[in-house]
Design a protein around this ligand. Structure first.
Ligand code: SAM
Length: 239
């Protein structure tokens, strides 16, 4: 089997650049971050597959293409301040950390936040700050942000997050049903109280659970009736 750096190069060329991601800063970042470090030892051999992978707690590390697509949708050029909701493994935060000056990332499951913090520290990402909590409420002390990316699917765009964007800043978030596919949307704050919304691509993500997301009772009811598979995918359609 080829070494991880070879596999990473191939991932960027075949799964990402060939599908139309052109942002130089995003492609360079995806070439640098060792995805194998963000999955369990048992899953390392799948780290550069074109798919999400289970990370425990019924959550996933997103498909590499989706991570790159969402980072490109933020239209970062380098040097920005970015907020991520849904740290998960910490992989996307590391990718953003290669581009932005500072990355603030929030995870609602403490065990995942703790694990991601350790890996990010170990890899030297001292510009990535991990917090355990409900990301739908944002990180008010650090607002405003140039970009906000939400890596879990909500019923609607959280008003609090919209108002933590600087004017000209962009928020990228999957919006739609709890069990069905969602639409990835980009919201740009064009003036103090004016926002433009664009539809991007269909995606499927795990639910955004919180005050301005899905209620947690919804989650426990659903777990009781139809348990979500550990590797339930979050991925684009038809690619
Ligand atoms: N970005 C992650 C990565 O690179 O591994 C993948 C994230 S996973 C698809 C979505 C994550 O969002 C899960 O870890 C889930 O626990 C988290 N999440 C869901 N609702 C949240 C909320 N309100 N605040 C923070 N995290 C939340």
């Amino acid at each position: 089997m080829a070494g991880y750096s070879k596999l990473r190069e191939r991932m960027v060329d075949y799964q990402i650049a060939r599908r139309g991601v052109t942002s130089r800063v995003v492609l360079d970042a995806m070439r640098k971050v060792p995805r194998e470090r963000f999955v369990s030892k048992g899953n390392r051999r799948f780290a550069y597959d074109d798919s999400p992978l289970p990370i425990g707690q019924s959550q996933t590390i997103s498909q590499p293409y989706v991570v790159a697509y969402m980072a490109e949708a933020l239209a970062l050029e380098g040097g920005e301040k970015v907020l991520e909701i849904g740290t998960g493994s910490g992989y996307a935060a590391a990718v953003l950390g290669e581009i932005a000056a500072e990355v603030y990332t929030i995870e609602r499951i403490k065990a995942l936040a703790d694990m991601a913090r350790v890996v990010l520290e170990d890899l030297g990402y001292d510009n990535v700050h991990v917090q355990h909590g409900d990301g739908t409420l944002g990180w008010p002390d650090q607002a405003p942000f140039d970009g906000i990316v939400v890596t879990a699917g909500g019923p609607e765009v959280p008003e609090t997050l919209k108002h933590q964007l600087r004017i000209g800043g962009r928020l990228v978030i999957p919006i739609g049903g709890y069990t069905t596919f969602q639409q990835l949307v980009r919201v740009t704050r064009v003036a103090e109280d004016e926002f433009d919304t664009e539809d991007l691509i269909p995606v499927r993500f795990v639910p955004l659970v919180g005050d301005e997301g899905w209620p947690s009772e919804h989650l426990s009811r659903r777990r009781a009736s139809t348990p979500r598979a550990a590797n339930d995918p979050d991925e684009t359609l038809g690619r």
